[in-house]
Design a protein around this ligand. Sequence first.
Ligand code: FAD
Length: 403
Amino acid sequence: MTDNTQPRAAATRPFEGTPRAAEYIERIRAFIDGELRPLADRHGLTHEHGGDRALLQQVWQRSRELGFYGMTLPEALGGAGFGVLDHVLIKEAVYASGCVLSPHVLGELTGPPRVGALARKATPDQLQRFILPVARAEMAICFAITEPEAGSDAGAVQTRAMRDGDDYVLTGRKRFISGSPYCDAAVVIASTSDDPARRETTAFFVERSRPGFAIEGGYKTMAGQTSTADIVLDGCRVPMANRIGEPGQGLGLAVGRIAVNRLLHCPTMLALARLALDDATAHATRRRQFGQPIAGFQAIQHLLADMATELAAARALMLDVARLLDAGVDARAETSMAKLFCSETAFRIADRAVQILGGEGIVQGRRVEWLFRMLRMYRVLTGTSEIQRNTIARELLAPAAAA
Ligand SMILES: Cc1cc2nc3c(=O)[nH]c(=O)nc-3n(C[C@H](O)[C@H](O)[C@H](O)COP(=O)(O)OP(=O)(O)OC[C@H]3O[C@@H](n4cnc5c(N)ncnc54)[C@H](O)[C@@H]3O)c2cc1C
């Protein structure tokens, strides 16, 4: 092998965040390497066979004890008070670990990120009954907007919440709800309008223990997880005290932090894409064909070069948009650009990684094969690429349309 086929570590660059975030990342890495990896190994967990509720609860509790779980909450509720850039860098480091349990460090499936944005609208009673138990990792919660007939057009929800005295009675089906099989409660966005043509959406906390609340699973995502299911509400009665904010504010609450949330999926995708690039690089230097490592072939070198270049460009965009948000800019178009570009780029990187691994890359159980399936999903999740393009175009054309 010639020297130019030896992989070189990525250029060391100054850490882009604050010293406090750097220190946080060191502690999270120690937690993942020292506790979560051994735990996952002991229980034989894989990306497609995560732990049961009891095991996950143990991880959530431990992460809370160490101060990571509630990091994203407002500071008044125990959050760490990081800006968007630090938050992005911390998430990137969590997912770059490649650990099966990494999504549970910050409670992304059913923890604080699901309710953080609602805290300002919650009543003191709702804080006590829902938000603080979620922050303490005692309650798991999911966020339910999507329905069989309301996907990208989230405002078209048909689940009805009918006022009946001091209660609301909810009926309808919520589709594809992440974390619902593990949840103790859901935030449900329902229609409170008598006229189906008038879009009036309202948010409710709904406990799973209430009669008329059922979880129907039975499907797997293409990346193999079974943590997504439907919630069926059949005359499910909740007290008025469970309504979040005012009637008509439901969708607004749901999308209140949509710009930030869109950006916050980017570090996950790019960290996974980085793993695909690392695996492809390692394989290319190890695998020999025609008497030499395949990394000696220019065709493979160019694939790796394109992967590294596109990853660097996507990451630069992600960090730039994080800085815009920290500066208080209304970066609606830019966050959509970041979500669009990062998801499409990450998938292309995974696709090339599969190609470089050849037959090994298309055998189930190899990491790049799973990364390929996982990264395919992000082009659909949390606003499809088409919906991001619509947002970008709308923002671009808005001044022209107004003129
Ligand atoms: C694993 C998983 C987890 C999920 N988790 C949750 C969750 O926790 N909570 C929740 O509420 N939802 C969740 N969802 C739902 C997810 O947000 C939706 O699947 C997604 O928003 C797309 O909606 P849809 O599937 O109905 O697709 P559709 O809206 O039917 O879109 C189908 C196609 O049409 C295109 N399209 C639609 N409208 C337009 C338009 N105006 N212009 C151009 N193209 C358009 C789309 O881009 C797409 O290509 C989850 C889904 C999955 C698969």
